[in-house]
Write a protein that binds this ligand. Structure first.
Ligand SMILES: Nc1ncnc2c1ncn2[C@@H]1O[C@H](COP(=O)(O)OP(=O)(O)O)[C@@H](O)[C@H]1O
Ligand SMILES: [Mg+2]
Length: 429
């Protein structure tokens, strides 16, 4: 259970490139000043800095240096640490586990189990614990689905949830981000993010999300690998973890940073002026080893999201990863179509061009040079992708098992009329 005195300091561990065991990278302290402002401080350990193979724990803010980093933004939590912490779903589980009141940002980091995204870990011991060897297996999914259902309904846990199961509950993916019910499982190929359907979903989310990943791949995007499995008669989406690689020695881990961190911004709506594909492309150009490739891939993702009305494309749904020293854009994940009422104007979550967030072809092209793409080429990319989406979304969806009924529900998501609206206006003038 939670200790009486809340820890204000912890160690930050990292699994270095090519390694399967963590080392201590530094120390993180979180305090509050006399005005109630949270202050986070991070220092790299001396022995970590002396290693020849040390890497920075994030690509922009916390460079390898002998100094104390300090932040008062984001409740004192550095972006890299926040990305390694739980989000809505995981926080909810931890709150249930610990007892709701008085949970601090540090507790969320320390309570989340070590299947978190990226290569970092947290603990109170100067030496990192041994890496986890035991993960939930595919066979456990039925139990995990039941637990997830109970949490979604905010019910008591199932009657057979004895003490040890509560511990297991803490292992069902609490440290991964996102709001949907999910768990981490292992099979012979490695680690997977299992995403469960919710009773209040408008359509079979698992199937539709899987179909969108396939459609995106067909449009030339790099995407996370996914598949659907049946658990107690229900569909569950399995997405292969691109930040883990199974080896005979254990798991290799990639560092990971969200677009929220790259854009130095927050989840809150007050920070939304910094939520921008255009700014993100520029950050990728600064940080990634192959700027031209990643900026172009981001452009394609932005266009794809506009073409499937994925308005949930917020900065936590974009990330960069580093398997070795170099950073690159991660495969695309969490692609979900929506079907808003408006046929003329739909906004993505991030700014796309001169007309803000407007999911519209002219707007997408307006800043293409900042993605290192010539205008004509940008038009061609969009036209080709639009054609692919319009002519194949139905066939792909049905092929991946989306029902006829669900296809009707999502039909309005694809290449909605507003996507070409200004084109039409221009032609008529
Ligand atoms: N294939 C993957 N490999 C590694 N991390 C992933 C993968 N897919 C998602 N993530 C991480 O897990 C988080 C939650 O996943 P996501 O699919 O976005 O769930 P939700 O639908 O709940 O938002 C993401 O924000 C990202 O950090
Ligand atoms: Mg998400």
């Amino acid at each position: 259970m939670i200790s009486e005195v809340r820890p204000t300091e912890c160690y930050v561990y990292i699994t270095l490139p090519g390694k399967t065991e963590a080392v201590t990278a530094g120390r993180y302290a979180l305090t509050t000043d006399a005005h109630g402002t949270a202050i986070g401080r991070f220092v790299y350990g001396r022995s970590y800095l002396e290693r020849v193979d040390s890497v920075p724990i994030d690509p922009i803010e916390l460079k390898l240096a002998k100094r104390t980093y300090q932040t008062t933004t984001m409740k004192g939590v550095f972006g890299a640490l926040r990305d390694a912490g739980p989000d809505y779903w995981g926080r909810r589980l931890i709150e249930r586990h610990v007892g709701k009141p008085e949970i601090g940002e540090m507790d969320y980091l320390l309570y989340a189990p070590d299947d978190r995204a990226g290569a970092l870990g947290f603990g109170l011991g100067k030496t990192p614990p041994a890496p986890r060897r035991k993960f939930n297996q595919t066979l456990d999914l039925e139990k995990l689905q039941t637990i997830a259902d109970a949490i979604v309904k905010d019910e008591e846990l199932p009657p057979n949830a004895a003490a040890e199961q509560i511990e297991e509950l803490m292992l069902i993916g609490t440290s991964m981000g996102g709001a949907r019910p999910k768990a981490i499982i292992e099979n012979k190929d490695g680690l997977w993010l299992a995403k469960f359907n919710r009773p209040d979903d408008k359509w079979n989310n698992a199937r539709v999300e899987h179909a969108m990943l396939v459609l995106a791949r067909n449009c030339g995007l790099s995407t996370a690998q996914s598949k659907i499995i049946q658990v107690a008669g229900r569909d569950v989406l399995l997405v292969n973890r691109f930040d883990r690689e199974k080896t005979t020695r254990g798991y290799l881990r990639s560092r990971m940073a969200s677009a929220l961190t790259l854009l130095r911004t927050e989840d809150s709506h007050r920070s939304r002026d910094k939520w921008s594909y255009v700014l993100l492309a520029e950050e990728l150009r600064r940080v990634c080893a192959e700027p031209g490739k990643d900026a172009a891939e981001l452009f394609r993702r932005m266009c794809f999201n506009a073409l499937i009305s994925n308005i949930d494309d917020h900065p936590r749904n974009h990330a960069i990863v580093a398997k070795d020293r170099d950073w690159k854009l991660s495969p695309a994940y969490d692609l979900t179509p929506t079907n808003p009422i408006s046929l003329e104007h739909r906004d993505l979550a991030l700014i796309c061009g001169d007309s803000g967030r407007y999911a519209n072809a002219e707007n997408l092209v307006s800043q293409s040079m900042r993605f290192l793409i010539e205008r004509d080429h940008a038009y061609a990319i969009i036209a080709e992708m639009e054609n692919q989406v319009v002519s194949t979304w139905y066939e792909v969806s049905r092929g991946e098992g989306v029902s006829e009924q669900d296809c009707k529900q999502i039909a309005g998501a694809f290449a909605y009329p507003g996507f070409r609206l200004e084109d039409q206006n221009r032609r008529s003038t």
